[in-house]
Design a protein around this ligand. Structure first.
Ligand SMILES: Cc1ncc(COP(=O)(O)O)c(C=O)c1O
Length: 512
């Protein structure tokens, strides 16, 4: 007998912090077993408490309700509860019912799934000693910057959320939720919602010079999923991937998760130095690149290098994964056309996102896939999460079709242009020529190069203590960089925060 039990009873005990009663995991009792029913129940609760399946403070059902739910007499339930109360696993409060004790010592509790009485218990706190895949282990070895988990000024990749037309968006969400037809509520296509794919294909053709039709556009959960799918489909374990040095750390994660070998390729003012790699005879199955706006340094790849790269791909059978993440925001020149649009050999997988032009929590991105690879990408998507949530795809399709998207981009371009100017000016006035600003021609971030010899991690940590989120440039390198810097996002940082933030950066640089 296994039963899911859910109760939610009001708490009247005033001093007790309320922890809502949620589902109890299935309780399996065996009426034919030699172990008495009360003992089986006692053992079940004890184990559920120790393994953390039910939490300290969580209310448990009354004896009456549980007996009714399990279709047994109340006596074994009352006996089991009495035993658990006597041993301190449960607490009871007059008029408030019975809860898991809050005073259980920490070492009594272990994470769910850890078996009692096995060697697992000793290892419960660390994953390293336990056997996981080498890909999984490699992912855990990537450096993390936990001190950056603050949402302070200069957070990279954050758009100006206060300026998002949330009223229009909410109306569209309501309209689509109310009018939800069966087609919006049932299973969808692995490629995504067709009307959204159509408007994206049209937009990319007009704004980014991408050559595609809707049949090649797959809606993904952010560009990160696009990178992951591309890595999965194009790479075998231990295949080499050229990646920009410095480059986008999350792309590294996607390739490592696919078991690939990362080969850092330096970037200079012309973008990734592909000539050097070709000259050296370096072999790769794929290259990951941000040619329109190199992340994080901001240069644009020259036409000569683009052609070289495309020719390399055609000759060697290599794939080019083009991440075009923020080209909507180019300030002093016209947008740069995509590499995909120049590709006569169908070797480019184009990756895009709505994280910067809309908001990151939307988690909508897209891939433009060469036609012959569409079935493979569909199969991979089907094996992953099947398809993206249809409601937001349909809302986004209307947001674009009705002109709100283009209007929002125009407004944000003006706003970011102002914020970028304010940031560059504040750096010049407050910090001066000790530092150097690079990559401020486009996007929502720039890089402030620090004085030679200064550790960007140290400065970033000092800034975080002042509530500033400045990403160390060195986190984008696989090898130690010659010079440190800070990546400063100005999209979600208003002029007041910019002034105050730069003053705090100055103090952090000066070691105060
Ligand atoms: C280079 C690059 N690609 C892609 C993204 C967007 O990622 P996602 O669509 O997964 O939010 C970002 C945002 O930070 C980025 O910097």
């Amino acid at each position: 007998m296994a039963t899911f039990v859910c109760y939610d009873m009001p708490l009247s005990e005033p001093k007790m912090r309320r922890v809502p009663t949620t589902f109890l995991p299935p309780i399996a009792l065996d009426a034919r077993a030699k172990t008495p029913m009360y003992r089986q129940l006692y053992e079940w609760f004890r184990r559920a408490i120790i393994t953390g399946q039910i939490r300290p403070g969580q209310r448990i059902p009354s004896t009456r309700n549980l007996a009714a739910e399990l279709k047994i007499s109340r006596i074994p339930v009352a006996n089991a509860y009495d035993q658990l109360l006597a041993e301190g696993y449960l607490d009871t409060f007059p008029g408030a019912g019975t809860c898991v004790s809050r005073s259980l010592p920490d070492e009594t509790l272990m994470p769910a799934g850890v078996k009692e009485g096995t060697g697992d218990r000793q290892n419960a706190r660390g994953t390293a000693a336990r056997r996981i895949s080498s890909r999984g282990f490699a992912l855990t070895q990537l450096p993390t910057q936990s001190w950056l988990n603050i949402v302070g000024a200069f957070r990279v990749s954050l758009p100006a959320l206060d300026h998002f037309p949330i009223g229009i968006w909410s109306k569209l969400v309501t309209r689509h939720s109310r009018g939800s037809t069966k087609s919006l509520m049932g299973y969808g296509d692995a490629m995504g919602y067709l009307p959204l794919r159509e408007v994206i294909a049209e937009y990319l053709g007009a704004a980014r010079g991408v050559r595609c039709d809707a049949s090649q556009v797959m809606i993904t959960t952010g560009s990160q999923q696009g990178l992951q799918l591309a890595a999965q489909i194009l790479l075998d374990s231990k295949n080499s991937v050229w990646i920009e040095e410095p480059g986008y750390p999350s792309a590294r994660q996607a390739f490592i998760a696919a078991g690939a070998k990362l080969v850092p390729v330096p970037v200079d003012e012309k973008g990734m130095d592909v000539e050097a790699m070709i000259r050296r005879g370096s072999k790769a199955r794929a290259v990951y690149i941000t040619p329109s706006h190199q992340y994080p340094l901001g240069m644009t790849m020259t036409a000569t290098r683009r052609m070289l790269l495309l020719n390399w791909a055609a000759r060697s059978g290599g794939w080019i994964i083009e991440d075009d993440y923020d080209s909507e925001y180019r300030f002093d020149s016209r947008p740069i056309a995509s590499l995909q649009g120049l590709d006569a050999y169908s070797r480019v997988i184009y990756v895009g996102t709505f994280s910067k032009v809309m908001f990151p929590a939307l988690r909508v991105g897209y891939l433009v896939i060469p036609k012959d690879l569409v079935p493979a990408f569909c199969a991979a998507r089907d094996a992953a999460d099947v398809f993206s949530a249809t409601l937001y795809q349909s809302v986004l399709a209307d947001f674009i079709r009705e002109g709100h998207f283009a209007r929002h981009i125009r407004r944000m371009r003006m706003l970011y242009m102002e914020q970028r100017k304010a940031l560059v000016r504040a750096i010049r006035l407050q910090i001066g020529d000790k530092v150097e600003v690079v990559g401020d021609a486009a996007g929502m971030h720039l890089v402030m190069m620090l004085p030679p010899g200064m550790s960007d991690v140290v400065v970033s940590k000092r800034a975080a203590q002042r509530g500033i989120s400045a990403t160390p440039l060195s986190t984008c390198y696989l090898r130690p960089p010659a010079r440190g810097g800070l990546i400063l996002g100005y999209g979600g940082t208003n002029p007041r925060q910019i002034q105050e933030g730069v003053a705090k950066l100055r103090m952090s640089i000066e070691g105060r």
